[in-house]
Structures are given as structure tokens and as C-alpha cells.
Write a new protein. Structure first.
Length: 93
């Protein structure tokens, strides 16, 4: 199943904005895992100044970073098109 990971933090309006924009594009069709970077020092080291960071995941592949700070709708759409082309399942499939 294809899904998204949003690296986020509490009280981050950019994080909230990206999550809402992503939900607007994918609705309930894809799983969105929201990960609080502040809960893990290693994640803070990786993503501290870049939050929010959106990654897309395909089965058997490493996650790919699509964007940070603001949703890149074109990058998300390209990922969704790739999922459709490859017949990768969505949430509930």
C-alpha cells in the first residue's frame, strides 16, 4: 500500500497547513502518518529547520521526499499518478 509520512511538530501552522492541503488532495484514499519530530532527537537533527517534510512511500522502496515548508501539489500528483500506473494499492485496497 502506498502512503505518506508528514514530519511535523506541535503548534506548527505550516505543518497544519500542509496536512490540510494533503488531505484535500488525497482525502481518505491514502494513509497519512504524522510523525512528531520533537519526540525523537534523531528526527530533530534530520528535519528541524525543514519541518514540515512530506515523504511518499511505495511498497518495497525507500521513502522519497516530495516537499517541505509548503505542499508541492505537482509532486504529490506525480506520486499519485505513479501509484495508478503501477497499480499500487490505496488505503482499504
Amino acid at each position: 500500500m502506498a502512503y505518506f509520512i508528514l514530519y511535523s511538530r506541535t503548534w506548527c501552522h505550516l505543518c497544519d497547513d500542509m496536512l490540510q492541503a494533503l488531505k484535500g488532495m488525497v482525502g481518505e484514499r491514502y494513509r497519512i502518518d504524522v510523525v512528531d519530530v520533537d519526540a525523537d532527537p534523531a528526527l530533530v537533527e534530520l528535519y528541524d529547520e525543514l519541518v514540515p517534510v512530506l515523504q511518499a512511500c511505495l511498497p518495497g522502496q525507500a521513502p522519497q521526499t516530495l516537499c517541505h515548508y509548503h505542499l508541492d501539489a505537482a509532486a504529490v500528483q506525480q506520486f499519485l499518478d505513479l501509484c495508478a500506473t503501477q497499480g499500487v494499492g490505496r488505503k482499504g485496497d
